[in-house]
Design a protein around this ligand. Structure first.
Ligand SMILES: [Zn+2]
Length: 179
């Protein structure tokens, strides 16, 4: 696996990026039963990778707000006109492009970028401590991502479906979703 960082390197962003990609690699290697790499689990997995990146940023820069949350929050603002009221992470995974060129094309459509924001909001709203997050990883050795995600999903999410209002609140720093 090869990762490339463009210049000039923003160390905080680079660290968050590596934490995200490392989480994908770890899930694929250590938790094959989780369904990591399966396109339908894409947003559950990417959200988990973002959640770990936030955790790593919090450890390395405890007094600063994580750049990962800030950038996902700004994606919601940038796409504010096209956003759906609610995103079902599993259904969105099955409709997202799964080929390399399809993925690159989707990245160029601004509307598709919001998947990361909803997915990160899902795992942030689950409000897991670092120990609980470790327990989730342990569970993924024998359970699938959807099974584990359903077990920690906030009631307001109706399973794996994330309301836009909640995503906005959670990314703004409010962990308890009231919608
Ligand atoms: Zn990813």
């Amino acid at each position: 696996m090869v990762w490339a960082l463009s210049e000039p390197v923003d160390v905080r962003r680079a660290t968050a990026f590596l934490a995200h990609e490392w989480t994908h690699a770890t899930l694929t290697r250590d938790a094959p039963a989780s369904g990591a790499g399966d396109p339908k689990n894409r947003w559950l997995e990417d959200g988990m990778c973002e959640r770990v990146a936030v955790e790593v940023e919090a450890i390395l820069h405890p007094r600063e707000s994580p750049t990962t949350i800030a950038s996902r929050s700004s994606e919601l603002s940038a796409n504010s006109r096209d956003l759906p009221e609610r995103v079902d992470l599993l259904a969105f995974g099955t409709t997202s492009a799964t080929t390399l060129f399809g993925t690159l094309a989707a990245q160029c459509e601004a509307g598709r970028l919001y998947g990361y924001a909803f997915a990160l909001a899902f795992w942030l709203a689950a409000d897991l401590s670092a120990d609980e997050l470790r327990a989730v990883f342990a569970d993924l050795k024998s359970k699938t991502l959807p099974e584990v995600a359903r077990a920690v999903a906030p009631a307001a999410f109706r399973s794996l479906s994330v309301p836009l209002a909640c995503a906005r609140e959670v990314l703004a720093g409010e962990r308890r979703c009231t919608h």
